[in-house]
Design a protein around this ligand. Structure first.
Ligand code: DC
Length: 213
């Protein structure tokens, strides 16, 4: 079974995807990490004429060994670099194969990102599109940072999230919208447990319907 989970930054899609993977005992890939790893690999070339070519080469050479340093990959610098390499068409094409291979392993997988249901795995068995309003997403991110002991400027964080949304939506190679057959799940007023229960109910419902067909 392939479960595609898409949604904007800090919507909770990563936490939900990890929860679904544990529930159904499936491997999980957070595809944002791929863009982050490529961004970090070419960070020193930002603003140079070599930036694109180096990003494409990094995307083509990416493997699981580049996805282990989670502290660095989930940092702010990596977020900004990721959104800069994510607008390069050849980077997206190179990363697409990696994502498809992961999704199509025997038994399937849970795979989360922005364009999984629309571009990477249009054939996924179940597609979820996770939404939450910007304020709720800001609050969740703020609490994550605070748990790491960081001081948070909520006003700045809110604007950062809105800016990232705008950049992601403007990505000409995006596909950052719900697939026509995606199930929308708004988690604005749900805690993690309630959101996971709702997601499991959707997946079970879709699979039960498929089994009858
Ligand atoms: O989900 P995230 O914040 O880790 O994503 C980091 C960046 O990578 C974000 O700017 C969008 C981009 N991305 C993408 O273009 N396609 C994906 N499938 C996943 C992430």
């Amino acid at each position: 079974m392939i479960i595609a989970v898409d949604g904007p930054a800090a919507s909770g899609k990563g936490t939900l995807a990890a929860g679904l993977a544990a529930h159904y005992r499936l491997p999980h890939l957070d595809t944002g990490l791929l863009y982050r790893a490529v961004g970090l690999a070419v960070g020193d070339a930002v603003g140079t004429p070599q930036f694109e070519a180096r990003a494409i080469a990094a995307a083509r050479g990416l493997d699981a060994a580049h996805l282990t340093d989670l502290a660095q990959l989930t940092g702010d610098a990596a977020s900004t670099l990721a959104s800069q390499v994510a607008v390069i068409a050849e980077v997206r094409v190179a990363l697409r194969q990696y994502q498809r291979d992961f999704a199509h392993q025997p038994g399937g997988a849970v795979i989360d990102g922005r364009d999984i249901g629309t571009v990477v795995c249009p054939d996924a068995d179940v597609k979820l599109f996770i939404e939450a309003d910007s304020k709720a997403r800001m609050e969740r991110r703020a609490r994550q940072f605070e748990l790491k002991g960081l001081v948070v400027d909520r006003y700045a964080l809110y604007h950062q999230i809105e800016e990232r949304d705008a950049r992601d939506r403007a990505n000409p190679y995006g596909g950052f919208y719900p697939a026509p057959d995606a199930h929308l799940l708004d988690t604005t007023r749900l805690d993690i447990e309630a959101a996971l229960r709702a997601a499991v109910a959707i997946v079970d419902g879709v699979m039960a319907k498929k089994a009858k067909q």
